[in-house]
Design a protein around this ligand. Structure first.
Ligand SMILES: Cc1ncc(COP(=O)(O)O)c(C=O)c1O
Length: 376
């Protein structure tokens, strides 16, 4: 089975890197002007915006976005306004401009799957011209660089989600890049790293190790999956509506996450993820029913996943499941977007884009070995 996220291994927990300068914490130190650790990207976004925007304003965000991302805005008394996107994932600029008014305080761009959002520079230019703050949402790929700059640090403020890169219970970063954002920032009590290892950390470690045991025993895995599906509580963090999930994410970053951040080597992770991305391109790139969202991998990019647009997403997902690959469509959109025909492109993309895992724990050669089954 190729899981869709990396899992924690005994080897990873016992690994201590040589020389602290090589770890992810010093990587962030080198690439960001100022940053703060958080449990989740959404809470990081809340604290970043709280320092510069007043309640009553509005914030422009792409419609192709997970439903929970607007929750911090509601909490701050800000109105989220979705702008339509093009099939390339670039903003529909005419739509973006149309939705802005005198109360617009910020615009969000999203570095989907670890690549800069097409049109990112134009978004930055419009924001500068109109006096809006530009939020560089790089939740997907914490170590992705574009033209030498770390994604997430290209706006006035930015976020990234460490849990999307590493086998950690939680973790995110708020980047304080612009002068105003830096000056206005007041960390809430959710900023920073927790002191001790808590029950949630222990549950996470146990779940990862049990996952590994189940991985090597297909019969046991099927029994556990059957029990879990009867109970209907498969993946607890995804349960509940966007507000409930946001409230649950209100914890400081775990000490266990910090330990893994310190011990992770960014260059090793990037190399492994890029190799896996290229392996998927090689296996699936020529299929007539699939269109890779990005068919090249510029220098510095550390992909979060390998996204493809599938002509028949359900059939493709079944094919992946049969081959033992954990793929899924992305994202779960808000009802507001799903119900509005003006966001038809975002809705279509959310049904057609399937993301395949490229994480660093996939054994080299594993994806290529699926070539005979999945190549057409
Ligand atoms: C584009 C985007 N922005 C923000 C977030 C929020 O990050 P977190 O889950 O760390 O709160 C996500 C999470 O999936 C995301 O995909």
């Amino acid at each position: 089975m190729i899981d869709d996220v990396p899992s924690l291994t005994v080897e990873a927990l016992s690994r201590r890197r040589h020389g602290r300068a090589a770890g992810l914490d010093s990587f962030f130190d080198r690439h960001a002007r100022a940053f703060a650790y958080y449990g989740s990207g959404k809470v990081a976004l809340r604290d970043g915006l709280a320092g510069v925007l007043e309640p009553g304003g509005n914030v422009l965000l792409p419609a192709y976005l997970p439903d929970g991302v607007v929750e911090p805005l509601y909490e701050l008394g800000l109105e989220p306004r979705y702008y339509a996107v093009q099939p390339t994932l670039a903003p529909d600029f005419a739509d973006l401009e149309r939705r802005a008014d005198d109360d617009t305080g910020a615009v969000v761009s999203v570095d989907y799957f670890g690549f800069p959002q097409p049109g990112l520079e134009e978004v930055a230019a419009i924001a500068a011209d109109r006096g809006w703050y530009h939020v560089d949402d790089n939740a997907h790929a914490p170590i992705s660089r574009f033209e030498g700059r770390l994604l997430g640090t290209l706006g006035d403020l930015g976020i990234t989600s460490l849990w999307k890169l590493l086998p950690v219970p939680n973790g995110a970063i708020l980047y304080l890049t612009g002068d105003d954002v830096h000056a206005g920032y007041e960390p809430s009590d959710l900023a920073g790293v927790r002191d001790g290892i808590g029950p949630a950390d222990c549950r996470f470690v146990l779940k990862s190790f049990v996952g590994d045991v189940l991985e090597s025993n297909a019969m046991l895995r099927r029994s556990v999956e059957a029990i879990l599906s009867e109970r209907g509580d498969g993946d607890a963090p995804a349960v509940g509506g966007p507000k409930a999930r946001y409230e649950r994410s209100k914890v400081r970053m775990s000490k266990l996450s910090m330990r893994i951040v310190e011990d992770s080597d960014p260059e090793k992770i990037r190399t492994a993820r890029r190799a896996n991305y290229r392996a998927w391109l090689d296996v699936l790139g020529e299929r007539a029913d699939l269109e890779p969202v990005y068919d090249s991998l510029p220098r510095g990019i550390c992909p979060q996943a390998f996204p493809v647009r599938a002509a028949r997403p359900d059939a493709f997902l079944t094919e992946l499941e049969t081959a033992g690959v954990g793929g899924h469509t992305w994202p779960r959109l808000s009802d507001e977007v799903l119900e509005d025909p003006e966001y038809e492109t975002a809705t279509r993309l959310s049904r057609e884009i399937v993301t395949l895992p490229v994480h660093q724990e996939i054994e080299p050669g594993r994806i290529a070995a699926l070539g005979d089954r999945l190549r057409r």
